[in-house]
Ligand binder design. Structure first.
Ligand code: ES4
Ligand code: ZN
Length: 324
């Protein structure tokens, strides 16, 4: 089964590129850039990754990315991840990027986008790995800041596939970002949003109605609202579920308790994803394998899930045909 899941061409639709920063590279970049980390070793970094909710993770996630300073750092970050992903049988990656977190510490948008852009072109050439880019807005920051970011990103609109909404969910409902998502739509960008990870089913509904999203990131709390489930099924709305993330952030206690099987039984369109692989204990293959152990799913189930991701990906029809 491991060989089968590894060889299965997999698309990663829910990944934060800053969440691929492994402790080894974090130490290397801290040295390179003279950044002081509150850890003395790779082991000490890993030991700190004991989260009790989304916020306790986000605190370390924002601290970890402080080592990223130059375009080369961002290129190294993404290339390191692309190589690991390729080794796991990942053929396409859609990455969220959080520019506001970098702008806030004096790293320019050009630094971020040029570094990541170089890595994306190299990955396509050197690894036959295609990618998409999702400009994410931090929902715990003001909506005006998100609007400003989208306008400042004008030189990069062509390289973007979508806008997204991430960071601390509770208390920051999707409707706060109605205007910026409307602007993104006018620019021809697709829209996705984290909703129903820690937040209530109402946030999922709001993401659909107010932000006009084509995918819901996480969405695991939708089962609390049968009417919403019916609608998500009717619209064949894609949910990018992140099993290991949900365990690490205590959305569920154990993977065996995860609503994934119930979500599939309800007829929802599910994809499996890794979210922040460096922080949550594994990449896309590890997430597939964990589901195999927890739920005993057959090859057919994984073929279906991997197919959903290829179908929902922001990729050319030629590439989709190649991967199907
Ligand atoms: C995130 Cl797991 C998760 N949820 C919301 N925002 C995020 N940013 C990075 N990882
Ligand atoms: Zn996420």
């Amino acid at each position: 089964m491991r060989d089968f899941l590894k060889a299965l061409p997999k698309a990663e639709l829910h990944l934060h590129i800053e969440g691929t920063l492994e402790p080894e590279l974090m130490m290397t970049l801290a040295d390179r850039n003279g950044v002081n980390l509150p850890y003395g070793s790779v082991e000490a970094i890993r030991a700190a990754y004991d989260f009790h909710d989304l916020q306790s993770f986000l605190d370390l996630y924002y601290q970890g990315m402080s080592v990223l300073r130059s375009a080369r750092d961002f290129e190294d970050l993404a290339m390191d991840y692309f190589r690991r992903a390729t080794a796991e049988g990942v053929v396409h990656v859609e990455m969220h990027v959080d520019p506001q977190a970098h702008l806030a510490r004096g790293v320019s948008l050009a630094t971020v986008m040029e570094g990541l852009g170089r890595a994306r072109r190299r990955a396509e050439r050197e690894l036959d790995l295609t990618s998409a880019m999702i400009l994410a807005f931090l929902r715990d920051r003001p909506a005006e800041e998100a609007l400003d970011l989208l306008e400042r990103a004008a030189p990069y609109w062509e390289s973007l596939d979508a806008v997204g909404l991430d960071s601390a969910e509770l208390g920051h409902p999707p409707a706060k970002f109605a205007e910026v998502f409307q602007r993104a739509k006018a620019l021809g960008l697709a829209r996705v949003a984290h909703a129903g990870e820690e937040g209530p089913p109402d946030y999922i509904l709001e993401a659909l109605d107010v932000l006009d999203v084509c995918r819901i990131d996480h969405g695991v709390r939708c089962l609390e609202d049968p009417t919403l489930v019916e609608r998500l099924c009717e619209e064949a709305m894609v949910l990018t579920v992140c099993p290991l993330s949900n365990v690490r952030l205590k959305v569920v206690e154990r993977l065996e308790d995860h609503p994934l099987p119930a979500m599939r039984d309800a007829g929802l369109t599910i994809t499996l994803n890794s979210d922040d692989p460096a922080y949550f204990g594994g990449g896309l293959l590890d997430n597939y394998l964990a589901c195999r152990w927890a739920f005993g799913w057959s090859r057919e189930v994984f073929l279906d899930l991997a197919g959903n991701a290829i179908d929902a990906a922001f990729m050319s029809e030629a590439r989709r045909a190649e991967l199907r």
